[in-house]
Design a protein around this ligand. Structure first.
Ligand code: UDP
Ligand code: MG
Length: 345
């Protein structure tokens, strides 16, 4: 970890005439977007040149039209539309791939990450940090089950993996140009962004903030998806489960040997023992269970090798919009109504 004095020496060029790019993954957020963009705009005031880069992750509500309306009304917006829903991780990656600028900020569109924190992130970057993550103070809006499972996951990752994950940190963060370039070199398909961000290194720091409940709609993170994310985190950053499987197998083998020896001895001394059925079943079922589990663990890794080995593109871009390519104003009634209600709030 670099100290701030060392970092401060490298701050050249971050004070004047910088370009900031804000990457916003968007999936069916038509209800939030106008309100989000207004708050974003207010927060970026006085930070120099900036650009909002919305990545439309294959939305199927009127998000597309809302984005066109924003494009039409503002000069500093780009919209990248992916050909289908690829998931937030990939949407953020597409944004990072397309983002120019001296620093890139990644933020959710649902206003759970308050845009008002961005100036503080930028200030830390100007002091010389390459990775500035916004750290939640309170998990408002999260139930106890989510809090407990999240804490368990962080503890497990710290035990198993080599990278230290900062706690209570999401994708809401600022990356310097070279941090973005570093992250872009990670092209794996199973993307555990938190882990990727943590593993590139560089001088990093946290800015605390309070997370608010979603502005509208509901989180797309069901427990099933969270469980899969946790699996992604573990299998993406450590092969410890494979080792555990090996040692578990060894332990069971040794135990069975001892147990088998004891049965042989008993038979030799006390004669044939027919009523051994329960113990036999127990051992057979136990062994079967252990074998299936170990095979499952191996399968998780093998499946990932299979997916990576196909070398498929991470995402497909349907189109990229900048201000000048658009001619017609948006007249869709729903969209205009959404804009009006956001302005009234
Ligand atoms: N998102 C996305 N693709 C998806 C799911 C979500 O781009 O498949 C975006 C979503 O529009 C939002 C951000 O990622 O801007 C976070 O999504 P969500 O609020 O569902 O996640 P949570 O806040 O619960 O982590
Ligand atoms: Mg959210």
């Amino acid at each position: 970890m670099l100290t701030i004095t060392e970092a401060e020496r490298r701050q050249s060029g971050r004070e004047t005439d910088t370009q900031l790019t804000v990457v916003i993954p968007v999936f069916n957020e038509s209800a939030c977007l106008f309100a989000f963009h207004r708050r974003l705009q207010a927060s970026m005031e006085g930070l120099g040149r900036w650009r909002a880069m919305y990545v439309d992750d294959g939305s199927d509500d009127c998000t597309r039209l809302v984005l066109r309306k924003l494009l039409y009304d503002h000069a500093n917006i780009s919209v990248i539309r992916l050909s289908r829903n690829f998931g937030k991780e990939v949407a953020v990656t597409a944004g990072l791939d397309h983002a120019d600028g001296d620093a890139v900020i990644v933020i959710d569109a649902d206003l759970q990450d308050p845009p008002e924190v961005i100036p503080a992130l930028v200030a830390e970057w100007r002091r010389g940090f390459d990775m500035v993550y916004a750290q939640r103070r309170a998990r408002a809006g999260d139930g106890w089950l989510k809090r407990v499972t999240a804490s368990l996951f962080y503890r497990l990752m710290e035990r198993l993996g080599r990278v230290r994950l900062p706690r209570n940190v999401g994708d809401f963060r600022l990356l310097s140009r070279r941090a973005v370039d570093a992250v872009r070199q990670y092209r794996e398909h199973h993307r555990f962004m938190k882990g990727l961000f943590a593993s590139i290194g560089f001088a990093s720091t946290a800015v605390p903030y309070d997370r608010t409940p979603r502005y509208s709609g509901r989180s797309k993170w069901t427990y099933w998806r969270l469980w899969n994310l946790a699996l992604e985190g573990i299998t993406g950053f450590t092969v410890m489960p494979l080792k555990i499987a090996t040692y578990l197998g060894m332990m069971v083998a040794v135990f069975s040997l001892i147990y088998g020896g004891q049965i042989v001895l008993r038979t030799v001394i006390f004669g044939n023992s027919v009523p051994g059925y329960p113990s036999l079943m127990t051992v057979v079922l136990f062994m079967g269970g252990v074998q299936l589990m170990t095979m499952g663990v191996i399968g998780e890794y093998l499946g990932r090798v299979f997916n990576e080995a196909k070398f498929r593109p991470l995402y497909i871009v349907e189109d990229v919009f900048d201000y000048d390519v658009l001619a017609d104003p948006v007249t869709d009634k729903t969209v205009l109504e959404l804009e009006r209600s956001a302005a009234a709030a």
